[in-house]
Design a protein around this ligand. Sequence first.
Ligand code: SF4
Length: 114
Amino acid sequence: MTDPSPLPCRCGVCCEAFRVEATPADALREPRIAELGAPVYCQDDGEAGEVVAYVLNRGGGPGGPCLFLERDALGRGVCTIYATRPDACRRFDCAGAGAGGRQLLTLGYAIPRE
Ligand code: SF4
């Protein structure tokens, strides 16, 4: 297991609740993304083309936690590829610091903050 996330909450909810997509560039940095993720293909005249993304949720869709999320002995979320995690995870502003109402936009969810 790699170093745990330094994020303050360590709840892991964002890694469980959202659809997590990685890019081919992410897969070059972390080969396990291509090995374990569900590939998303570009559709070209009905033919499956190149891979444009990898869905990382268990089961290949929303509702399953990320393949790389584990829990430590205290139940805290641990990203097992933290050092090489996808860019979407790096940009995700879990704590909302300085993000105004945009904290969930990087994963495709725009939820207004109160
Ligand atoms: S790769 Fe790591 S940070 Fe990203 S959703 Fe999965 S467990 Fe969370």
